[in-house]
Ligand binder design. Structure first.
Ligand code: ACO
Length: 275
């Protein structure tokens, strides 16, 4: 049975991208990794896509790297095969970290090992209470590689990162939210509706500001205060240049002159801006 590996539909400004290999619990094979890049190429700069959601078909979000096709079969091809498959997987995780549009991981079920790479790469993460997260690497005799240990340490307190790394223990959605591995956990039957609500909230915001803001959150984490301050001044100036709608001025105008909204309580009306 051949599956589609990755599927995508675009609806009301939201691209719903799915790991679509449910019979293999959405394990990431080299073919799936290549297909993900093709889908990104199709949607990333489309004018009718403002937010991207990454979900999983079936019982898994993703069971991590495909132990047969990603590890065993590429290792059989020698170092060149291993490096190629690493470039392909790390490549789309990196692409996702810096994706042009805001991204939301919608985690429905199993999320193991390598799947923490795209989980971290998505800007926000919402999961089902029933989802299960684990660093199962230790259970089959490796360390969480390919960036996964870095993801665990960046997202979790050290004791939690160490516990999950050394024990391979599973945590459910509520525990993942309590540890801040995800933003929120909701009952499975609310997962898509809640994700849509969050996506719709992002659709209200200035898209240039969203891209610069999400990149800034990732970039400043490795900078000194002075470097970050300088970077943020330059990035705001760059955002002003890229925003042909002059959204910043419009946001001030609607508040100060028109008195039609309050920035403390919500976003200005994008439909009134020029461009
Ligand atoms: N790599 C390759 N094949 C996989 C993977 C995987 N990561 N996960 C599931 N599959 C395959 C199974 O081999 C099985 O194939 P088959 O139908 O041809 O026998 C099919 O998917 C269904 O898997 P089951 O184990 O039967 O599904 P079940 O729902 O009972 O269990 C679970 C799901 C818990 C996710 C289990 O499949 C599992 O433990 N998978 C491995 C998880 C894992 O440790 N991933 C690697 C993390 S480390 C890393 O990514 C670097």
């Amino acid at each position: 049975m051949s599956s589609e590996l990755v599927t995508c539909t675009v609806e009301d400004g939201i691209a719903w991208v799915w790991f679509s290999r449910p019979e293999k619990r959405n394990a990431m094979s080299p073919a799936l990794n290549r297909k993900m890049v093709e889908v990104f190429d199709e949607i990333e700069f489309r004018d009718d896509v403002s937010v991207m959601v990454l979900g999983g078909e079936g019982t898994a979000w993703s069971a991590g790297m495909d132990l047969k096709e990603y590890f065993r079969e590429t290792e059989a091809q020698g170092l060149g095969g291993v490096r190629k498959s690493q470039r392909e997987s790390y490549g789309w995780f990196r692409r996702l970290r810096w994706f042009q549009k805001p991204t939301i991981a919608m985690v429905n079920g199993w999320c193991f090992g390598g799947a923490w790479g795209p989980l971290f790469a998505c800007d926000l993460a919402i999961c089902a209470d029933e989802a299960k997260f684990g660093l199962s690497e230790i259970n089959w005799g490796i360390l969480p590689g390919g960036g996964v240990t870095k993801v665990a340490v960046d997202l979790l307190p050290m004791r939690d990162a160490m516990w999950l790394t050394l024990t391979g223990d599973l945590i459910d959605g509520k525990q993942a939210a309590a540890m801040r591995l995800v933003n929120e956990s909701v009952p499975a039957d609310r997962l898509k509706a809640r994700t849509r609500e969050v996506a719709e909230m992002l659709l209200q915001k200035n898209p240039v500001a969203l891209k610069f803001a999400k990149d800034a959150v990732r970039r400043v984490s490795t900078m000194t205060y002075d470097e970050a301050e300088d970077y943020l001044v330059r990035m705001q100036e760059a955002a002003n240049f890229h925003d042909k709608t002059e959204g910043r001025k419009e946001g001030i105008r609607q508040f100060i002159d028109e008195k039609s909204y309050k920035p403390g309580l919500g976003a200005y009306d994008l439909s009134k801006q020029k461009g």
